[in-house]
Design a protein around this ligand. Sequence first.
Ligand code: SF4
Length: 453
Amino acid sequence: MVTTNVERLEGELNEVQNEFLMANGMDFNVNFNVCGQSFCYEITDKQLNICKSYSYEVNFCSDLEKKRYIKRYAKLSLYDYLSKKFNVELPWGALTGIRPTKLYYQHGENREKFLKEQMRVSDKKYNVLTKIANAQSNYYEVSENNTAFYVGIPFCPTRCSYCSFISCEIGKLSAVNEYIEALCKEIEQSKKLIKNLRSVYIGGGTPISPSIQNVKKVLDAVGKVNCEYTVEAGRADCINEEVLALLKEYGVNRVCVNPQTFNDSTLQLMGRNHTSKEAIDKYHLTKKFGFKVNMDLIAGLPLENFEIFKNSLEQAIALRPENITVHTLCLKKGSKLKELCERLPEGEVAKMIDYSAERLEQEGYRPYYLYRQKYMAGNLENTGYSLPGEECVYNIDVMEEIAQNIACGANAVSKRIFVSENRIERIGAPKDVKTYIEKIDKLLEDKKKLFTT
Ligand code: SF4
């Protein structure tokens, strides 16, 4: 555990410590001082009862920038101490945030110096960021007018054992119709806030798990659009001809088919009600309807080794969907699955991630978006790859936070970007379905205020 005299920084410093597995259970203190032109930090290692000092010369233009740098260099000092103590360099160095690509863009011509020299990001990860920026170049546009429109349906047929979303098992919920009604109301009102619509994404949960009538109601509320339109069909056990025909009729042009793995015993262990063969069949069915396909795989699933992951990746490549996103398994502490996953040999997940980058690039895919999460196996990342020209605009606009994100549904977070002020305002809808239904009118009022004043 890390303590510090810097306000509201303990959480991020603990994230830095958590990235060093060997530091588990140890205690440190980070003490900050200004010494002349420099920021000085003293790291106290409480077990060894030793104290080490670090100082950095920092130039800043405003109080806000000063505060940001105090935090940034505090994390760096702790990273430097732990890296030396355990003789380990982490792939993302002292970066703990979700969006390393944002830092890449923000630092312009100084990006290499900042990321590699100052934040200790490895050459390999820096090169990935460069490739991503190249792949995004045809789409990357920071604009307060551009809009990504999100609709969330947080229901699934069963709950996967690794799931950390709010998704509910649809059979156990009585308020599905009421939810769809509130959601359609929110969609209708929120559509009025859209300026230049670049993408629509209906996600979940498994948004096609409600009845076909309810799915139709949502599609009706969204209406016809003239842009990228994605539905995260997700699980093979929900995909069928009837729902695909409906999506086609409403102008959806991209569908997510997410096998996660092509290993049947893992699918069973995770509580997914389908086999790998069914995922392959449903992929072909989706293609028969002419949709572009986004496919998700997960590296580091319980009891999977490199060979099993490699086989899943090869099967995905053989199908040749437009997008393949390779996620690193992310589990909350204490979960049963986490214990199983911790039995994976050291470095096994990193090997899977490296292999997927190499193989996908050999096969003509290129990385085009990337994000990190807390509790990720091996301090790694999620990377989306696409065939050139087939990038999913929604993923870029939302991950890079370069467009307004108008989001509808329980737990959905809307974001308004203020480009000249370099800031973002957010409104999060209630997580719980029942509270969302109850609070819908207040949410609509707040949202209107956010996007119009
Ligand atoms: S399909 Fe996705 S959202 Fe649904 S239970 Fe599984 S992991 Fe959670």
